[in-house]
Design a protein around this ligand. Structure first.
Ligand code: SF4
Ligand code: SF4
Length: 437
């Protein structure tokens, strides 16, 4: 019987790992459908940035309560993987608590820490469910979250409750079995939580306890493997991509916009025909972006890294004043369109065109025109996403490729071109005000 269970476990583990790897590689391939962008300079600064923002969650602590609750879930998720590793070793080898005899007192300490974090994560999970479903926080109940995104967030929280309950039940029954001297149940020492929760199982026989302990063990590991395969389809992909996304951040001064080198050269020579300009190798075939493949790979990784937390939208002046624009929706639309393009290419071959595009079919001109380029969304994002950069690329396309701009903007552009300022004054008259002082 034991060998059958080991084979079943190995099969479930192998198939889950294969499916997850396949999907993660598909996501990587989708990300590299984007244009090239070199973000490999200053590696030391990048590692530091990643440690502070992805591992240290620096920006999360602008709002302490959700930050602490999130920290419980996050640290618990990271630390619990030590116990998952042991479960995998046990599942394949048929052992039970493989590390316990080797680690002794440290094992007791380690599992106790996992139990404590799991308990705190359980409390945090209920608090998050409450905020989302009972308090109905505005940023967690906006139009772009209707349907699947809302269900996804709740589903993940419910999954976390199941996983944590399973691990606490497993440890409690295991501890009780140790007290009863059941065969194969090594002493783990006094586990911080299980020494108390095991009392819930007082009076049960050894067979019943083993059945509960084994059931909780299987629920936990099958749940983890299911979770691994669910992550790439969910906003929870950020638990992995937050790290590379923080590493490959664009180190730009706050508020500075990425100029288009070809246009910059034109402007420089317009202002000063003798200006020295650097020749541009491979100038772009079109300005701005119409679809996801016109964006860079970093834009696309940003889209996959979005946690859908809505901090950007909550700070966006356009959204706050009732405009259609939501920077969170910009990121969600970019990811959805990228998934669509990736699937189309996979199914229909590399030359397939579906005659759809990010601009128009997902994001409207009205949305991108509402952006004030204030940078608040960039400043707020806890995982270093830059929705503004995508908005600017889409807007550049509408203006420079489609000549699609409101009359007021066109007047301003003409003035910039003719008067080197947004106003309708001749540059020679600019200092006339001095004579009136
Ligand atoms: S930069 Fe644009 S999208 Fe971002 S917060 Fe400001 S107005 Fe909103
Ligand atoms: S872009 Fe950043 S702030 Fe906005 S929803 Fe996504 S993760 Fe949150």
């Amino acid at each position: 019987m034991e060998i059958v269970l080991q084979v079943v476990f190995a099969l479930i583990f192998g198939v889950s790992a294969w499916l997850a790897t396949r999907k993660f590689l598909a996501i990587r391939k989708n990300i590299f459908l984007g244009r090239k962008e070199d973000l490999t300079d200053q590696p030391g600064r990048r590692w530091k940035h990643m440690a502070l923002f992805a591992l240290g969650q620096k920006k999360m602590f602008k709002k302490p309560l959700p930050a602490v609750l999130h920290l419980f879930i996050y640290v618990s998720f990271v630390i619990v993987n030590i116990e998952v590793l042991e479960i995998i070793v046990d599942g394949i080898s048929g052992s039970h608590r493989f590390f316990a005899p080797y680690l002794g007192g440290f094992y007791t300490f380690m599992i106790s820490v996992i139990e404590l974090l799991s308990l705190l994560a359980l409390i945090a999970t209920f608090a998050f469910l409450w905020r989302r479903n009972v308090m109905k926080l505005k940023r967690l109940n906006q139009p772009e979250l209707k349907g699947w995104p809302f269900k996804d967030a709740n589903f993940i929280l419910l999954m976390e409750i199941i996983l944590v309950t399973a691990i606490l039940t497993m440890n409690a029954t295991d501890f009780r079995l140790q007290q009863l001297g059941a065969a194969h149940y090594h002493s783990t020492g006094n586990l911080l939580v299980a020494q108390y929760t095991s009392n819930l199982f007082l009076g049960m026989g050894t067979d019943t306890l083993i059945a509960i302990e084994r059931t909780a063990w299987w629920i936990h590991i099958v749940g983890i493997l299911f979770f691994l395969n669910y992550i790439p389809y969910s906003k929870h992909l950020h638990i992995i991509l937050a790290f590379p996304n923080s590493y490959y951040v664009r180190f730009m001064d706050k508020g500075k916009m990425e100029n288009m080198p070809v246009i910059m050269n034109e402007v420089k020579t317009m202002l000063d025909p003798a200006a020295q300009v650097t020749a541009i190798e491979n100038p772009p075939a079109a300005f701005g972006a119409k679809d996801v493949t016109d964006l860079t790979w970093k834009h696309l990784m940003d889209a996959y890294s979005c946690t859908e937390c809505g901090r950007c939208t909550a700070a966006c002046p356009a959204n706050i004043t009732g405009k259609l624009l939501s920077p969170r929706k910009i990121m969600m639309d970019t990811r959805d369109r990228l998934e669509e393009v990736g699937n189309n290419l996979k199914v229909n071959g590399p030359d397939f065109k579906d005659n759809k595009s990010l601009l128009g079919d997902y994001i409207s001109v009205e949305e991108i025109r509402a952006c004030t380029t204030c940078n608040a969304c960039v400043e707020e994002c806890p995982v270093n996403i830059n929705p503004l950069s995508i908005i600017l690329e889409l807007r550049r396309y509408t203006i420079m490729e489609q000549s699609n701009a409101p009359q007021e903007w066109n007047m301003m552009f003409n003035n910039m071109e003719n008067n080197q300022a947004p106003w309708q004054f001749n540059p020679a008259d600019r200092l006339n005000w001095k004579s009136e002082v």
